[in-house]
Design a protein. Structure first.
Length: 442
């Protein structure tokens, strides 16, 4: 579908990119991060973006209207409708993907006919919407690329010792649907981007043909300018100079239960060993649930009670806005970075934690990708969930008490600027899209 000046190299031609990101500001959801952070820099690499998302009044998620200011106001954002949640929940259907798929297909068809994109880019965890890629490809001949932020089809809950799958019969239906749709959908894709190499490796083991697909690993980047601008919000907790206040921002849930137990078990032991210091420690967990309202469940406080730490631990399931996250991180004495049991999991909060310039404790498996990236950045002390670092919390507290701020001396600012910022990540994204399009047009 290339319509550009043929005497110019492809990288110098202006290409049109249709980004499918159903969750998009003011909707506050983690799977919009790639779309939002790339918009400011794509045009510098000759990609002209248009975003197709779902109108916020159809999305059951927290809203952050200030986030609209974080991307250029001249980028076209097309917002489609969805079946209202009040209606579809009568049939036990809450998932945005299925509520919006018809409207998104029709709106996408109109957009493709109008702007004639060179490529469609799916960056979402609403996986069923990716099935629109093959449909648009057959109808219009436009190739599509998939951004893997999580696995679509996963067997993690069937592994020995795994936690019970959430959702009961709904999970089983979702699993069966993924098993049926993933292979034909991904086979039609022209390329794959992933936040973690583990997701690509898993697909290569599952499908013999997958290794021939163009693919690359590009974790999320963060816009450094967000931490340079003045903070307009207050922290989500009340700072107190008499306390040691540690903050974790982001979803926890069942997938991080092992990390929660590892952290709180060390805290309980620390309380026995050094009760006077432990009495001053408060752990704050904000935005611990992916869902809002009565669907949100606490995942930290219950475990804190089991360890007798309920007076030291505060949990709020409500998500914070971007500015609230920044204000909260900056006001903390230290940051707690929680991770899941998935060794391939790469928490996007690593980059934000680096920019906050606070001492950090990473609760992760020592063999995880999160630990690898944290080590490269010199970001955080490790609390190993397999218990190879039994005094990590004690040492973390000692780091904070040290007047030399030794934790700051390990930070690799050159590596961060060259590889972890949104600008650097978008350059990698644009280069991969160019390569994929060249392969398609060859």
């Amino acid at each position: 579908m290339l319509r550009h000046t043929r005497n110019l190299p492809l990288t110098q031609q202006v290409k049109r990119l249709l980004i499918i990101s159903p969750h998009f500001p003011p909707v506050h959801a983690p799977d919009a991060q790639r779309a939002v952070t790339s918009l400011k820099y794509l045009r510098a690499h000759n990609w002209d973006p248009t975003v197709l998302c779902v109108a916020p009044n159809y999305v059951a998620a927290a809203k952050d209207y200030a986030a609209i200011q974080t991307y250029p106001n001249d980028v076209r954002i097309e917002r489609c409708k969805a079946w209202p949640l009040w209606f579809t929940k009568l049939f036990s259907m809450r998932t945005l993907a299925w509520r919006a798929i018809g409207s998104m297909f029709r709106t996408g068809c109109s957009l493709i006919e109008e702007i004639q994109p060179d490529l469609v880019f799916f960056t979402t965890t609403q996986f069923s919407l990716i099935t629109l890629g093959p449909r648009w490809q057959r109808k219009y001949g436009v190739p599509f690329v998939v951004d893997l932020q999580d696995p679509w089809l996963t067997d993690s809950y069937s592994m020995p010792g795994a936690a019970p799958a959430p959702g009961g019969w709904k999970y089983r239906i979702a699993h069966l649907t993924a098993a049926r749709l993933e292979e034909p959908t991904f086979r039609a894709a022209s390329g794959f981007i992933s936040v973690s190499p583990g997701y690509l490796e898993s697909l290569s083991h599952r499908y013999p043909w997958f290794g021939e697909k163009p693919q690359t690993v590009i974790p999320f980047g963060v816009d450094a300018s967000e931490y340079i601008t003045a903070v307009s919000s207050s922290p989500a907790f009340a700072p107190d100079e008499q306390l040691l206040q540690f903050v974790s921002v982001g979803a926890v849930g069942l997938i991080m239960k092992k990390a929660v137990i590892s952290l709180l078990s060390q805290f309980a032991q620390f309380k026995l060993d050094q009760p006077e210091i432990a009495a001053k420690i408060r752990l704050y967990f904000f935005g611990t649930s992916y869902v809002t309202g009565d669907q949100a469940l606490e995942s930290v406080q219950l475990i804190a009670r089991e360890f007798g730490l309920e007076d030291h631990v505060y949990e709020s399931t409500d998500r914070l806005t971007k500015d609230e996250v920044k204000a909260t991180n900056l006001a903390a004495d230290g940051l707690i970075i929680m991770t899941s049991d998935d060794l391939a999991y790469t928490p996007s909060k690593l980059a934000g934690s680096f920019l906050a310039d606070r001492p950090a404790l990473l609760v992760a498996n020592r063999n995880s990708r999160a630990q690898k990236l944290s080590h490269e950045l010199g970001l955080a002390r490790l609390l190993d969930t397999d218990n190879s670092t039994p005094h990590a919390l004690r040492d973390f507290v000692a780091d904070i008490a040290s007047p030399q701020n030794s934790w700051r001396k390990t930070r690799n600012h050159d590596l961060f600027a060259g590889a972890f910022t949104a600008e650097a990540r978008t350059a990698q994204l644009a280069a991969f899209l160019d390569t994929t399009l060249l392969r398609q047009s060859a």
